[in-house]
Ligand binder design. Sequence first.
Ligand SMILES: NC(=O)c1ccc[n+]([C@@H]2O[C@H](COP(=O)([O-])OP(=O)(O)OC[C@H]3O[C@@H](n4cnc5c(N)ncnc54)[C@H](OP(=O)(O)O)[C@@H]3O)[C@@H](O)[C@H]2O)c1
Length: 318
Amino acid sequence: MAPNRLVKGFPAEIVGSQSPNGWAEREYRSDCHPHLGMERYSGNGIAVAPPFPHALASLGTAFRSQTMRIGLIGYGRMGQAIERVAVARGHLIEGVIRSETPPETRLTLARACDVLVDFSHADAVPAHIELALETGRPLVIGTTGWDALRPALAEQVRQAGGAIIYAPNFSVAVQLFIRHAVALATHLLKLEGWDVAIEEIHHRAKADAPSGTARKIADQIAHHSQREWSFGVPERGRLPEGQFTVSALRIGSEFGTHRILLDGPYDWMELTHRAKGREGFAYGAVRSAEWLLHRNRKGFFHLEEVLDEILNTTGRID
Ligand SMILES: NC(=O)c1ccc[n+]([C@@H]2O[C@H](COP(=O)([O-])OP(=O)(O)OC[C@H]3O[C@@H](n4cnc5c(N)ncnc54)[C@H](OP(=O)(O)O)[C@@H]3O)[C@@H](O)[C@H]2O)c1
């Protein structure tokens, strides 16, 4: 079997032969591509080492599936992480859409892809959904900051028969952390004398505070424990009964830490998730793309609703 050829840039070049269902006919076999998972391609034919070669290699070795041709919308920090993880799992980056990419080129690229992955800017998300609907391509959206528009756009996608999955945090570990840590916290808060606080730490460039993930954790704990949360503490006076705090720290290049602190009469507990890089978000996004395509699902999905289904999808087409 010839090694995978990874093509990026314009005009988009179709890689591999076409199957009747429109997929690229190529199967990833870790034993036949000496570089897969150990190198990535810079787009000019030069292979460069990824930052975590062993981690990326392990993402690819257990996976056997048809190759996806991915169109990346946005090629910033996350777009590049998606590329690393997708290539390690045997997929192809068909091309990249950036802010200056003209509409015709966007259409051409989207039609040449099996799936689009958007980590760009909130203002551009409606246009990217239009692009996915017009070309009939499934779309994974990791871009944040368009919450107010989401209900209307989700309805538009459902009516048009589109296929979109969205998450403000695509880390599978974070999703499981939220699920299980919140369950444990709310269990303890039903006992006498327990209190809770949430802390998040991110890099200096982060635009919002508290993070969407911290908000989600706080909302869920508040809901289940009949308490309210506030961002920070009152300048004067004590924290009112029935209220707990969420605090944020900004430092250096921290990828993202979320901590739930629990204080009981006889015990202290800290539950912490710390991202080691952007690859965790990228991994969840690529798994989601595989699921949309493999299962041919139509609709507008939130990752948390379909996480178990995605994790039970091995990536193998039987
Ligand atoms: N869901 C998650 O798990 C998760 C995790 C991390 C980040 N995010 C979110 O993902 C988004 C991107 O984050 P990032 O750190 O990768 O940002 P970034 O490094 O600033 O990259 C943003 C990219 O978006 C591109 N872009 C902007 N407007 C565009 C448009 N109209 N069409 C196509 N591309 C456009 C930019 O292209 P140019 O360079 O050409 O302008 C740039 O390549 C943010 O919303 C962030 O909050 C989500």
